[in-house]
Design a protein around this ligand. Structure first.
Ligand code: 7TS
Length: 443
């Protein structure tokens, strides 16, 4: 009986495979006229009520999107509606409300599949964020495949979320971590990467877009090179999915991790994409309800992937809100978002470069959404505090990427991280704010 119910749920939740092609399912389902070709980004800004406020007496300029992006009213409304009228637990109730919640929650899997063009719904694992996604792979894939002397290749520009989980599993299994160095311009040293690869390499885990430098890494090439040696590849996509179209079949990576709260969605929800062939083999990472097939004190058997990785009551509302965020971004078009942000980040780069004493950390050829800089005579936290007095929100510090800051011999940077709802005026306000901050320090 239990098996029958699981089979029923499995077939109800997951559809047939979606093969190849670079056009995402979501685009192909949508009438072309509903995809805005020339987007009015000034109008789009009005979708974000949070941006329409004063902070310390000044209109807010929000340039901390790398930490977390803002939520449009449509996504907030979706969350509110769920909480008020639709709430029930998922994957268990026979009653209508529970089935409706399950349908809405599972719809997210289908939407994410289209958004990143994965092949199957079952390749989309729900997690609580990028950090959780990477921990899942490190623990589950790592405990299955790593042994003494195997090598895990990371890069020098990783976020701590893509360093520490690998160190923890390396300690348990005897695997060894190797690091791809970063060049002076903030790009990966690809020649060094090639020389690190060997038959011992079991995993290459690299960031798609650096949260500390803005560098866009050649993840397709990195993946192809790793596959020549039979190694699996995990891409940390926390800073890429919100800013550009991502196609996991085109990259051909084995795993891809990202967070909803950096792409106009709620906190507490994230995604792990994993190739079916891997997920089907991987053992569960957490135990509890929902992830099992049969439980007895003698023996427990597990559910199929991805449910095997989703123990306990999940963040249902956040999952449903994420589908609304995907709809919202898809309606604007990720290609339009990427083009707009490219224009904006280039403008920001040129304007900031004119400021005397400002030094960029990272000057890569391909940059996405991040401008990270220092002044030799002023600490980043002083800049950040003075910008805040002008209503300008930036992040200062090591951005949870201490190794790369050490590489550039700085303890902290000031980071402006952009989103599509930012404007040239926001950049101009940032430049004014920096001049204001500088005026407190005579040198
Ligand atoms: N990977 C990258 C590249 C990130 O930028 C972040 C968060 C994470 C992983 C972790 O994501 P989480 O949602 O699991 O926390 N980055 C930042 C940042 O740059 N400032 O605050 C958080």
């Amino acid at each position: 009986m239990t098996v029958l119910i699981i089979n029923y749920l499995y077939h109800a939740l997951f559809e047939q495979p979606h093969r190849g092609g670079s056009i995402s399912n979501i685009y192909s389902q949508m009438p072309q006229s509903s995809i805005i070709s020339k987007v009015d980004f000034d109008k789009i800004r009005k979708d974000f009520p949070v941006l329409d406020q004063k902070v310390n007496g000044h209109p807010l300029v929000y340039l901390d999107n790398g930490a977390s992006s803002q939520m449009p009213a449509k996504v907030a409304d979706r969350l509110d509606h769920y909480h008020r009228y639709e709430h029930a637990n998922v994957h268990r109730g026979i009653h209508t409300l529970s089935q409706k919640a399950t349908d809405a929650y599972e719809e997210t899997r289908r939407k994410i599949r289209g958004f990143i063009n994965s092949r199957y719904n079952e390749e989309i694992v729900y997690t609580t964020g990028t950090t959780d996604s990477i921990n899942l792979v490190a623990n589950s894939f790592g405990s299955l495949h790593f042994k003494e002397g195997d090598e895990i290749i990371l890069s020098q520009m990783e976020h701590h979320a893509n360093i520490v989980p690998w160190q923890m599993i390396a300690e348990k299994t005897g695997a060894v971590i190797r690091v791809i160095p970063v060049l002076d311009n903030g790009e990966l040293d690809m020649e060094a990467y090639k020389s690190l690869l060997s038959k011992k390499t079991k995993m290459v885990a690299v960031i798609h877009v650096s949260n500390a430098l803005g560098t866009v890494n050649p993840v397709k090439e990195i993946t192809a090179l790793a596959h020549e040696f039979g190694a699996a590849v995990l891409i940390d996509g926390a800073q890429s999915v919100p800013h550009q179209p991502v196609d996991v079949q085109d990259i051909d990576c084995d795993f891809y991790a990202f967070s909803a709260h950096k792409m106009c969605g709620p906190t507490g929800f994230g995604i792990l994409y994993g190739k079916k062939e891997h997920l089907d083999q991987m053992p569960p990472y957490r135990g509890g309800g929902d992830m099992i097939d049969k439980v007895s004190f003698e023996e427990t058997t597990y559910n199929v992937a991805p449910l095997r990785f989703e123990a306990g009551t999940p963040p249902i509302a956040a999952g449903i809100g994420t589908a609304a965020a995907v709809d919202y971004l898809t309606q604007i078009g990720m290609k339009n978002i990427a083009e707009h942000e490219q224009e904006l980040v280039q403008y920001g780069y040129e304007q900031l470069k004119k400021i005397e004493g400002l030094r960029f950390i990272g000057e890569p050829e391909h940059r996405a959404s991040v401008l990270s800089f220092v002044f030799d005579e002023i600490h980043a936290s002083d800049i950040g505090t003075l910008l805040d007095k002008r209503g300008i929100a930036v992040r200062t510090g090591h951005h949870c990427a201490q190794p790369i800051l050490r590489r550039f011999d700085v303890p902290a940077t000031t980071r402006a991280s952009l989103s599509f709802y930012n404007t040239r005026e926001d950049i101009d306000r940032l430049v004014d704010g920096i001049e204001y901050a500088k005026s407190f320090f005579e040198f």
